[in-house]
Ligand binder design. Structure first.
Ligand code: ZN
Length: 223
């Protein structure tokens, strides 16, 4: 299980996050969306659907129809599980196995039927932080953890979320443990470069009170 946690500060950004997520998805995948009313779930679905070339105007909350299909490559199925008690209800609506396997499947209010969803799924939780600011948590369950690098790269390249690790360029998110490094290993390599003199200090340092992290790097270096 891999957990990616970050913030979006605008609707535009949330849609862009959806587009980035789409790049790590393929037919048969299930995306389980959760978040309170007005958290921005529909914006995220709009981003995912347009990531597969669906018409963004076609995307709306399926509250009254429970299930919508957007013409795209592959088809994007958008389900509202708010009034559903079990997967059987979805099957009677037409969400059978062949449909699921040939589409990208996005389920809003997925927490209501979480125990019945496939183990291999992408869970996205959106939390309203105020105005257009949102906290997003993407969890790659089961085998989908293998998509983590692809997803991180897409978030950085297409939604400007995160930064490349200064050592190995792997995309890093603010919520990651070793931020701004991708791993304790890269953090150690960086410290080694400091101690080895690869980085030069360009001003006088008060060794008693200065924090290593605030020092400027020699921009002429080959780091
Ligand atoms: Zn790294």
């Amino acid at each position: 299980m891999s957990d990616l946690c970050f913030e979006s500060n605008s609707v535009t950004k949330t849609v862009a996050v959806g587009g980035a997520v789409a790049r790590a998805l393929r037919a048969g995948d299930v995306v389980a969306l959760s978040g309170e009313l007005g958290a921005g779930k529909t914006q995220l679905v709009r981003g995912i659907a347009t990531g597969f070339d669906a018409d963004p105007r076609a995307v709306s909350s399926p509250t009254f129809v429970l299930m919508q299909e957007y013409e795209a490559q592959p088809t994007v199925v958008h389900i509202d599980a708010y009034r559903i008690d079990s997967l059987d209800d979805l099957e009677s609506m037409g969400w059978d196995e062949p449909t699921q396997n040939s589409s990208v499947n996005v389920i809003e209010w997925a927490d209501r039927i979480a125990s019945e969803l496939p183990e291999d799924r992408v869970a996205i939780d959106i939390e309203h932080l105020g105005d257009e600011k949102r906290q997003l948590r993407i969890t790659l369950h089961g085998k989908l953890h293998t998509r983590e690098k692809q997803l991180r790269t897409a978030l950085l390249d297409h939604a400007d979320i995160g930064l490349p690790c200064p050592i190995c360029k792997t995309p890093v998110l603010h919520g990651d443990e070793a931020f701004p490094f991708c791993s304790p290993r890269c953090k150690t390599i960086d410290l080694g470069r400091w101690l080895g003199g690869d980085y030069k200090i360009t001003r006088e340092v008060d060794w008693e009170n200065d924090d290593l992290a605030t020092m400027e790097r020699d921009t002429d270096g080959d780091s």
